[in-house]
Design a protein around this ligand. Structure first.
Ligand code: T3D
Length: 264
């Protein structure tokens, strides 16, 4: 499949998606959003893809909504209903990313703003370059955090810090992002992609079904009591226990050798 605003390639079990509109800091145009939906849908259903890396070309990871798309209607005095755009775009994209049954590593190469935060937070791991910066940005254009940011931000660093981040919209550097739990690791800019792809490679070699089930149950457990969660663990463990990878893992342990997981 060919893309206008993405660069996509696969190396072994790891697929890498680069957002490719660097002149606008990879802001999420309707084209990019549609292409991301297509690429992620394809990787979700492709058994040969066992981990995904998401990164940006140039000095931006993503600056959120492409505001240039609002220029024409706003200058004409039109006020398009934003919810229509959200429901067709981010409200499909962000759940697809967050709930994709493969581990997703964000390689955050630079500027993150607006819905770019949601894109990063919907990934399972965030590896940031030392040059990455983060800002909420929504409030500066009189909007509320959307694209799932009202869900992700308080869960990531608690309501008080999330409100500070959203309402003041100050620029947060990579070291601070690490300190507040916005990213998992910070690495030198020159080794970002290699580090992210190495991490994705390690994840791709793990039991893929168990990873998918873990992600799904972590999401579900947020809505459940302890007892309900443990009941679901028991049910879901039957599914994990029926995989070839479970058998392989146990046999490899007993035979004192390294396991070879196939994702089945
Ligand atoms: O329907 C809806 O749209 C609702 C949905 C909303 C979801 C959202 O994400 S709302 C938030 C949208 N994002 C923003 O408001 C961020 C806007 N950008 C900025 O505030 C700054 O660009 C940054 C703080 C992110 C980075 O600043 P800086 O100084 O490093 O870069 P810059 O010079 O401002 O930007 C470089 C270029 O990218 C520039 O173009 P130019 O002048 O070189 O031709 C700039 O216009 C362009 N750019 C940056 N962000 C966007 C953008 N173009 C379109 N959309 C953007 N979001």
């Amino acid at each position: 499949m060919s893309y206008e605003q993405l660069i996509v390639h696969q190396d072994g079990g790891v697929a890498t998606i680069r957002l490719n509109n660097p002149a606008r800091l990879n802001s999420l145009s309707p084209v990019m959003t549609r292409e991301l939906l297509g690429a992620l849908g394809e990787f979700r259903d492709d058994a040969s893809v066992r981990a995904i890396v998401l990164t940006g070309e140039g000095r931006g990871f993503s600056a959120g909504a492409d505001l240039s798309t609002l220029q024409e209607p706003y200058l004409k005095g039109e006020r398009p209903q934003l919810s229509l755009f959200l429901k067709e775009g981010y409200n499909k994209l962000i759940p697809l990313l967050a709930e994709t049954p493969k581990p997703v590593v964000a390689a955050i190469n630079g500027v993150v703003a607006g819905a770019g935060n949601s894109l990063a937070l919907a990934c399972d791991f965030r590896v940031a370059s030392e040059e990455a910066t983060f800002t909420s940005a929504f409030v500066k254009i009189g909007l509320i955090p959307d694209a799932g940011s009202c869900y992700f931000l308080p869960r990531t660093f608690g309501t008080a810090k999330a409100l500070e981040y959203a309402l003041l919209s100050e620029k947060v550097d990579a070291a601070t992002a690490l300190q507040i739990g916005l990213v998992n690791r910070v690495v030198p800019a020159g080794s970002l992609l290699e580090e992210a792809q190495d991490l994705a490679g390690k994840l791709a070699a793990l039991p893929t079904r168990a990873i998918a089930l873990t992600k799904a149950l972590f999401n579900e457990a947020g809505r459940l009591s302890l007892a309900e969660t443990m009941d679901r663990e028991a049910e879901v463990q039957d599914q994990a226990g029926a995989t070839r990878d479970h058998l392989e893992g146990v046999l490899a342990f007993l035979e004192k050798r390294s396991p070879s997981f196939t994702g089945s």
